[in-house]
Design a protein. Structure first.
Length: 94
């Protein structure tokens, strides 16, 4: 399907879904920060970012876009590390 000259297919929808997850992570971060009255990065923020990055990596691999492949791969590493640190800190708190 073509809309306004742009080809819309499965991968286009997949890419938009990934971008929506990035947006959703910021909305959740904003909501939770407002709720507690200070800046806060909840676990959901990192999980959504990781899922979105994996989706973007799949998209980039399908398109053979080296810039996005490298960027998404680095993001996956950073988000995974933050999730690991959060889990590690929760174990030490209990």
């Amino acid at each position: 399907m073509v809309i306004f000259g742009f080809q819309i297919n499965f991968w286009t929808v997949w890419g938009f879904a990934a971008q929506f997850l990035f947006l959703l992570s910021f909305i959740i971060q904003w909501y939770k920060s407002e709720k507690i009255g200070r800046s806060h990065l909840p676990a959901e923020f990192w999980r959504l970012r990781l899922i979105a990055s994996v989706m973007i990596l799949c998209y980039a691999l399908q398109r053979k876009d080296l810039v996005f492949i490298i960027g998404a791969t680095l993001q996956i590493g950073m988000y995974s590390r933050n999730i690991y640190l959060n889990l590690k800190n929760k174990r030490h708190e209990t």
